[in-house]
Design a protein around this ligand. Sequence first.
Ligand SMILES: [Zn+2]
Ligand SMILES: [Zn+2]
Length: 244
Amino acid sequence: MNAKLRRCTALAVLSELDWEVLRAVPQPTVIKELDPWLRCELSHRHRGQHHALAQGDAKRRDWWLRWTDDATIRDRDLAILLPCAADAANEASAETDPCLLFAGHAGPHSFQIDRHDLQPYTKPPCEGGEAGATTTVARVLAVHRLTQPMADYMRELGTLEQVCGTRSKAHRGLTTATLAPQLVRVDVHTPGLATSLIDDMVRVPVPMPYAPWLGSLTLKTSVPITLTPNGRCVLAELAPFWHS
Ligand SMILES: [Zn+2]
Ligand SMILES: [Zn+2]
């Protein structure tokens, strides 16, 4: 049996607008519970945009999220694409193995790719950390696969929780009748956001108990996040560095 090819490791986080669109799809069939993040389904080092199946409906229409690595270009979108017609089934076996990608996709078909390649989800070993992580705080960040921007957002959430309480009626001066965890809006292109979601340090609450402040962000480019208990543990580990 031939060894399968590696799968692309690009990750994307669904924006609030994406969520709205996907939740409105009538009779969703492929994915009942949406994940806040998606992984590209093409092969490693493919050409063109990244693509991940986000939703399917009863009319067998597939909704794909398309995006690029360039965080400065807002060229991500959701598109309905026709399925690829290729099939790996051979005459000898009755089983079919159709390609799960879309028509005209770049690179090899899905049945040639190791779809269960877990490489991007594996945490780096605790000792050593990231190359060049010379200071202790950089080491702690590397061990938890945390980027500096994500650590900064988590610190902001931690401060909010200290000021308002984990579940309070106040959020940045807004009084609400809802008991809600503190939320911060983060750009979907923030480096490390998807990894922090996978590692359960932050969560995208759905449905949102209330809408946090938008600031310079838009529905199209942002996602509300909240700390998880795991995220609070990591913050506690980082706190001594921030207070010194
Ligand atoms: Zn990709
Ligand atoms: Zn194909």
